[in-house]
Every structure is written in structure tokens, then in C-alpha cells.
Design a protein around this ligand. Structure first.
Ligand code: ADP
Ligand code: ADP
Length: 230
């Protein structure tokens, strides 16, 4: 069934630039979706619609069939269900230690300390960063930083993981590790949505490809169909 949907969504930035043009899209629960397209296609803008960070200029975003609401309580709920890792995940890491960084979301929601410690512990070991728990995040490698950012959303137990260009600036082996981690999370039932420039990666990894250009969704379907010669 559909977990997230866009219906006729347009998004116009403050300077008048139309970044999304009548985008209609359906994301199936439990799927692995890759948004593919050149720079400026609208991928990041679309991803930011999925947890309410951006609100459509017109059209509707649906979560589990319900139109998304933008009051602070609804936004808090959607951000628990849909975790977003930004492209430059370094910008997302600002606490003095890895552990404190991962604890940021649950602290913000006022979870009890005992629960926070337990969840942070699970998330740290899941991403393999136990030994680095007391280090400053900015001292870590690119792949480790990406893992911290992923742990920081896993700790919220989201149903959907959204990652903007998760492999940008990572070497091939590290990219592969990150994508394998996303595969494993998908096997546990998470819906995973990424954006990427990397057609090879999308072909290999995704169940569903969304090809974008100039703010439009040009094609959607299995990688085989989307990348077939027209
Ligand atoms: P990418 O294409 O890799 O997602 P972008 O160049 O689109 O990166 O965007 C990088 C950052 O700059 C984003 O935070 C985006 O919101 C911002 N940005 C991009 N284009 C503009 C623009 N024309 N005016 C203001 N900010 C922009
Ligand atoms: P992509 O992620 O596919 O590179 P984006 O969603 O980042 O695409 O950007 C889509 C279009 O919107 C681009 O033309 C970009 O320059 C523009 N854009 C992005 N962020 C901003 C912003 N903050 N202000 C104005 N224009 C922006």
C-alpha cells in the first residue's frame, strides 16, 4: 500500500523559481525508491516535502492516505515517522560527541533518560560506532559521519528513511557499505527513499526509480523499465 504520496504538487521558491511542477507520485510501503536526475531536477526539494520541511505551493502530500498537516504537533509526528538525512550530513552533526548527536532527536521529544540511553545504544551498535561514541563527530571519516547521521534518525524508529545523495563524496567501498546498510534496514521493513546522480547505483539498488528533470517526474517504474531505451 502507499505510505507516502504526492498529488499535483508544485513548489515555487521565494525567488519565483518553480522547483516542482505538478508532481504526482506514489511510494509503496516497504519499497526502495531512488529519485534520479541531473542537478537542479528537484530531487532535494521533493525529499524535503516527505517530512513536511517544505510545504507544497499547491497540491497535496499524503502520509498513509491522510493529507499532511503543518501545525507543530503534526510536524513533530511526521518527523518521527519519516527521518531525513541531508546530503551534506556534516551540517546535521553539531553535538560535542557522537553519542550526544544521536541523542538529539529523542532529547528534543522529551523521552525519558533511560529510554534515550537504550535507544542510542542500539543505534550506535547498529551502525558499528560503539567505539566512537565519545568522539567529536567532525573528527570522523565521511562514511562514519554518514553512519552517525543515519543513527540519528534510526533512534526515532521511523517507518521511512529518506537520504539525499547518501553516497556523494564517499569512496566506492564506503558507498557500498552504506547501501548495504540501507538494504538491511529495508529487509527489517523500513521504506527507503534516496536521491542520486548515480544511475548505476539506482539500477542496482532500487525497486522503483523516479526519473526527474526540470521539476517534473519524467518516468517512474522498475529500473529495467525506466532505463530501457525509449
Ligand atoms: P543539490 O543539487 O546537490 O541538491 P543544490 O545546488 O540544489 O544542491 O542546493 C544546495 C543548497 O543551496 C540547498 O540548501 C538549496 O536549498 C540551496 N540552493 C540551491 N539553489 C538555490 C538558489 N537558486 N537560491 C537559493 N538557494 C539555493
Ligand atoms: P536537485 O536536488 O535535483 O539538484 P533541487 O531540489 O536542489 O534539485 O533544486 C531544484 C531547483 O530549485 C534548482 O533549480 C535549484 O537551483 C532551485 N532551488 C533549490 N533550492 C532553492 C532555494 N532555496 N531558493 C531558490 N531556488 C532553489
Amino acid at each position: 500500500s502507499e505510505i507516502l504520496g504526492l498529488r499535483d504538487v508544485c513548489y515555487i521558491y521565494g525567488d519565483g523559481h518553480a522547483a516542482l511542477r505538478n508532481v504526482t507520485l506514489s511510494i509503496e510501503s516497504g519499497s526502495k525508491v531512488a529519485l534520479v536526475g541531473p542537478n537542479g531536477a528537484g530531487k532535494s526539494t521533493l525529499l524535503l516535502m516527505l517530512n513536511g520541511t517544505l510545504r507544497p505551493s499547491s497540491g497535496t502530500v499524503l502520509f498513509k492516505g491522510e493529507p499532511m498537516r503543518y501545525d507543530s504537533r503534526s510536524l513533530r509526528d511526521i518527523r518521527k515517522s519519516v527521518g531525513v538525512v541531508f546530503q551534506n550530513s556534516d551540517d546535521q552533526l553539531f553535538a560535542p560527541t557522537v553519542e550526544q548527536d544521536i541523542a538529539f532527536g529523542p532529547l528534543n521529544l522529551g523521552y525519558p533518560r533511560e529510554k534515550i540511553e537504550r535507544y542510542v545504544g542500539y543505534a550506535l551498535s547498529y551502525v558499528g560506532l560503539d567505539e566512537h561514541r565519545n568522539r567529536p563527530p567532525h573528527h570522523l571519516s565521511g562514511g562514519e559521519k554518514k553512519r552517525v547521521a543515519i543513527a540519528g534518525i534510526l533512534v526515532m524508529e521511523p517507518e521511512v528513511l529518506v537520504l539525499d545523495e547518501p553516497t556523494s563524496n564517499l569512496d566506492p567501498a564506503t558507498s557500498e557499505e552504506i547501501m548495504e546498510m540501507l538494504d538491511e534496514l529495508n529487509l527489517y521493513g523500513k521504506t527507503v527513499v534516496i536521491s542520486t546522480h548515480d544511475v548505476e547505483l539506482a539500477y542496482r539498488w532500487a525497486d522503483e526509480v523516479v526519473l526527474m528533470d526540470g521539476g517534473n517526474v519524467v518516468r517512474t517504474g522498475t529500473p529495467e523499465r525506466v532505463f530501457a531505451d525509449p
